[in-house]
Structures are given as structure tokens and as C-alpha cells.
Write a protein that binds this ligand. Structure first.
Ligand SMILES: O=P(O)(O)OC[C@H]1O[C@H](OP(=O)(O)OP(=O)(O)O)[C@H](O)[C@@H]1O
Ligand SMILES: NC(=O)CC[C@H](N)C(=O)O
Ligand SMILES: [Mg+2]
Length: 513
């Protein structure tokens, strides 16, 4: 899902960016990058790996300057090669770097237009490099030596006209400042906050999630509106403008189900509260389906489902027990590239405490079932640990349709619930009873706080794509591309974590290694 952050400060931003990226690490574990600038020079460090592995002291020392942006990557387009780590850089106009969360649905067309009409070269398969070049081209067309805020907003307006899909973006323009914007449907999140810097001057941070702000002592001001751009000059002056023609707010509901940290507030909705409610309404469904259930204990599948499972147990009046212990050194499995690695990691990551299972009817709770990698293993582990009956509840409805907006599930065939009934899925994962959340119930969990929300981007559950440009042909093309690329060692599908560590990484050569 990628995490993005940008800071305009009164002192060096390298450590603040690093810390913010560690707080956003749950959004992307594949690659990380930071770019700063000082005295008209960019300083960039990016590579595959977790934040703590990418940045060593020698890199941090070189990342000087009071303004910078950062990115943690979970690839959804192109490959997992280090050449597609972000931020991306383009030297003209002004020198622009950009960090993107989301996925463009018309990246192929744009890429060809950029080459044929705009005479721009795209060097990777990343849609984010395309987005950067569209922005750069539109800014360049205005042809000014010094860009004003109005020109920057005009370039964002043009990006909205040309780009389709989902994007939360932070771009840095050398010598001028940073600009953050969201797609006209507000699918991907972005917010900004303030704190007092040296000499009482205001410092700004833009980030994917509010938790990055609060962890660094910034106060959340607000979410960036769909289609809106926020431009912060290097001296700390902030401007904002609506740059889309008819913006609507349709945030991605899967952020609340899985991606976001529970201590974040997104578009006014507390992720933690939403997950508590998911547990509550799921318990109501369990009681509707089996008023005389014989559940002895509710057990979460750590980490993400904990909040919902706890509330579900409370609502059912059943014991809540931590029956699986999570190895804290293994990351999130769903966002790992490659099914082989994901499968292996579930066993490495979770281990049962047998006494919580032996002879009991256990209700296992997860936030979602996507490919079924986790639940298949877990149900078996519960049986091996001696459970009498293994029931399974998902705090989200069946995931039946591909995602094209920044979650790496582009083909329907890899989704366990695609074209299957709930009973069939239950049988496949080997559970004695499977309960899914209803979509209307899920929506009710996130709905009641913010009137500005027009609806939710729920395509993985409903098959309705808010951008209106996704049809059967598009999804078939995507699925075929996925099949073709699965034989390619550097594809998003089947990359080994360090298989391309010695790939050439074309970027700024002010870094000595
Ligand atoms: O059906 P699947 O394809 O297995 O995907 C769903 C699972 O993946 C995620 O866990 P993950 O390990 O990524 O993260 P977590 O520790 O935050 O729960 C999610 O929480 C589910 O447990
Ligand atoms: N998950 C994301 O936000 C991915 C961003 C971008 N599409 C990439 O693949 O790098
Ligand atoms: Mg999980």
C-alpha cells in the first residue's frame, strides 16, 4: 500500500523522515527511500529492504537539508526491483522528486503519450515514474524560470485530467518546496500536520497516516481533500487549492480493514473504533446465524484482527484468548511479494499455545481472507493443537474481485472466494463453520462520523470500480499480464526478497555506494 511522507522543517529532516518511515513500515516492506535537498542539490538514498536495513549512518549523514520526502514501497505495478524504489527523480523542470501511494489505471496509455507526444523517456515499468513525468511535463509546459503556487496547482490540475486511478502523492521541487495531493476520489489517504520549530516557525509534515504525525510530535490539521493540493514552500508558507473538477470522497475501505495502523485517524474515522465495531457487528451476525452456538473461546490471528476479535468476544460473552504467538521479527505476510514466501512466513510467524485449543470449540478471527494463505495454515495448526471444532470468522466480506487501486491483488483467480460460495471456501480452508461480515455491516462500521464521505471504495468486495474505467477486458488484460510476469524473476508476483539486489539502480549519483 506504500507509505509516503514529506517534511518542511527548520532543522535537518533526515532523522524525522527515517522515524516517520519506520512508523509507516506496515504499509510497505519491500523498499524504502528518502530524498532531501540543500543548496540546490538533492541527496537521495533508496534501495530494497526495510527502513532499518536501507539507511545506515553513512547514508543518514549525507541526507542533509531541512526539506525532504520519503517512501516505503509495497509494489503493485512494474517489478519489485530496486530500480523502482521511490522517490523517483526527474531533472527537468527544476529537479523534481516524487513519492506515490496507489496505482494508475491508465499507466500504459500515459507512458506511450509521454514518449510519443511529450518526448519523455520512462526507464522502468513503474506507474509512479509515469505520474512524476506527467506532473513534470505539465509544469514544464508553463515554462517559467520560477514556478509560482498557481503554476504548481495548474500542473496538479492537469495531472488529474490525464491520470486515472488512485494516488496519494508528495513531490518535492528543488529550491521551492513540497506539494501533496490526492486523487479526485480520495481513494488513497494523505493528511498534514504542524508543530512549532526553531524560532517559533511552523514546521509541516504531510503523510499517508496521522500516526506518522503524532509519533513525531506534529498535530494533525486535517486530511488533504480529494483532488486538493497542498503546497508548502521551503520557508514554511502553506497554500492549498482544490484542483479537481468534481471531487468526491470515496476512501478505500480496505485501509480500515487491514492496511492502516489502528492508532491512525483517516478522513475523520478512527481506524481503531472502526475495527471495534467490525467485531461487534460480526458477533451480531454469529448470533443471528447460530443463536445456540457452542463457541468456547475467541482467538485472534495476530496482528491486525486483534481489535475486532477482542470486541467480538466481548459481544458474544465468550472468553478471548491469545492462542497464537506472533514472531515479532517476521513482517506482514500479505504484503510480501511471491506466494512461496507468504506461505512459508505464516508458519514462521505464528505458533499456537496448545492449551488454548485442546478439546475446545475455537472461533478464529481474522480481519480478512484474501488468498487464503493464512487461514488454511491456521485452521490446520488449530486442529494439530487439539481443537475439537474450528470455526472461522472474517471481519471483512469475501474478497472476490481484483484491486486496481494500490493493493497487490490484480487477478481474480488467486482470490480464494472468487467464484466460490461461502460454503465452498469454508470447505477449502478446512473449517467447520465460516462466517463472513456483510458488506453493508462493514460500511456501517466506518460510516457515521464524517458527512463529507460520499461513499467507500469497496471494489474488492463488490466489483464496482469508482473510477469508471475498469471493465472485464481491463481485468482480463491485467490477469494475463500477471500470468506472463509470474515466470519473470523480477516480477511483483514471484520475486525473491534479494533476488535483484545487484540490479543496477539508476538514480542520483551523489551516493557513494
Ligand atoms: O488470506 P491471505 O492471503 O493470507 O490474506 C489475509 C491475511 O493477511 C494479512 O495478515 P498479515 O500477516 O499480512 O499482517 P498482520 O500481521 O498485520 O495481520 C491479514 O491480516 C490476514 O491475516
Ligand atoms: N502500493 C502502492 O502504493 C504502490 C505504488 C506504485 N504503484 C508502485 O508499485 O510502486
Ligand atoms: Mg493478518
Amino acid at each position: 500500500m506504500c507509505g509516503i511522507v514529506g517534511i518542511v522543517s527548520t532543522s535537518n529532516v533526515n532523522q524525522m523522515l527515517y522515524d516517520a518511515l519506520t512508523v509507516l513500515q506496515h504499509r510497505g516492506q519491500d523498499a524504502a527511500g528518502i530524498v532531501t535537498f540543500q543548496d540546490d542539490r538533492f541527496f537521495l538514498r533508496k534501495d530494497n529492504g526495510l527502513v532499518r536495513d536501507v539507511f545506515h549512518t553513512r547514508h543518514m549523514r549525507r541526507l542533509v537539508g531541512n526539506v525532504g520526502i520519503g517512501h516505503v514501497r509495497y509494489p503493485t505495478a512494474g517489478s519489485a526491483s530496486s530500480a523502482e524504489a521511490q522517490p523517483f527523480y526527474v531533472n527537468s523542470p527544476y529537479g523534481i522528486t516524487l513519492a506515490h501511494n496507489g496505482n494508475l489505471t491508465n499507466a500504459d496509455e500515459l507512458s506511450s503519450d509521454l514518449f510519443r507526444t511529450d518526448l519523455r523517456h520512462i526507464n522502468t515499468n513503474s506507474d509512479s515514474e509515469v505520474l512524476l513525468n506527467v506532473f513534470a511535463h505539465e509544469l514544464q509546459k508553463l515554462g517559467k524560470l520560477n514556478p509560482t503556487k498557481d503554476e504548481i496547482f495548474a500542473a496538479v490540475r492537469a495531472v488529474h485530467q490525464r491520470c486515472r486511478g488512485a494516488y496519494g502523492v508528495i513531490a518535492m521541487i528543488t529550491g521551492y518546496g513540497i506539494v501533496g495531493f490526492r486523487d479526485p476520489n480520495g481513494i488513497r489517504p494523505a493528511c498534514y500536520g504542524v508543530r512549532e520549530g526553531e524560532n517559533g516557525q511552523t514546521e509541516y509534515m504531510i503523510a499517508s497516516e496521522s500516526v506518522a504525525l503524532s509519533a513525531a510530535g506534529f498535530t494533525l490539521v486535517r486530511d488533504i481533500e480529494p483532488g486538493e493540493a497542498v503546497y508548502i514552500e521551503t520557508d514554511g508558507t502553506l497554500y492549498s487549492e482544490q484542483c479537481a473538477e468534481s471531487p468526491k470522497l470515496y476512501p478505500c475501505i480496505f485501509e480500515h480493514v487491514y492496511f492502516a495502523r489502528p492508532d491512525s485517524i483517516m478522513d475523520g474515522v478512527s481506524v481503531y473504533k472502526a475495527r471495534l465495531r467490525m467485531g461487534e457487528v460480526l458477533a451480531d451476525k454469529v448470533l443471528r446465524e447460530r443463536p445456540d452456538h457452542d463457541i468456547d473461546v475467541v482467538i485472534p490471528i495476530p496482528d491486525t484482527s486483534r481489535t475486532s476479535a477482542m470486541q467480538m468476544a466481548y459481544q458474544l460473552g465468550v472468553k478471548y484468548r491469545e492462542g497464537f504467538i506472533k514472531n515479532r521479527y517476521i513482517g506482514r505476510t500479505f504484503i510480501m511479494p511471491g506466494q512461496k514466501m507468504r506461505k512459508k512466513s505464516v508458519r514462521q510467524k505464528l505458533n499456537p499455545i496448545d492449551l488454548e485449543f485442546r478439546g475446545k470449540n475455537v472461533m478464529l478471527v481474522d480481519d480478512s481472507i484474501v488468498r487464503g494463505t493464512t487461514c488454511k495454515e491456521i485452521v490446520q495448526m488449530a486442529r494439530d493443537a487439539g481443537a475439537r471444532n474450528v470455526y472461522f470468522a472474517s471481519a471483512a466480506p469475501p474478497v472476490r474481485y481484483p484491486n486496481v487501486y494500490g493493493i497487490d491483488m490484480p487477478s481474480a483467480s488467486e482470490l480464494i472466494a472468487h467464484d466460490r460460495t461461502v460454503e465452498e471456501v469454508g470447505e477449502l480452508i478446512g473449517t467447520d463453520w465460516l462466517v463472513y461480515q456483510e458488506l453493508d455491516d462493514l460500511i456501517s462500521c466506518v460510516n457515521d462520523v464524517n458527512d463529507a464521505i460520499d461513499g467507500w471504495e469497496c471494489s474488492v468486495f463488490s466489483g464496482d470500480y469508482i473510477t469508471g474505467d475498469i471493465d472485464k477486458n481491463y481485468l482480463t488484460r491485467l490477469e494475463n499480464r500477471r500470468k506472463d510476469s509470474s515466470t519473470d524473476a523480477t516480477s511483483v508476483t514471484d520475486v525473491d526478497s534479494d533476488s535483484d539486489s545487484d540490479n543496477d539502480n539508476i538514480d542520483l549519483h551523489n551516493d557513494e555506494d
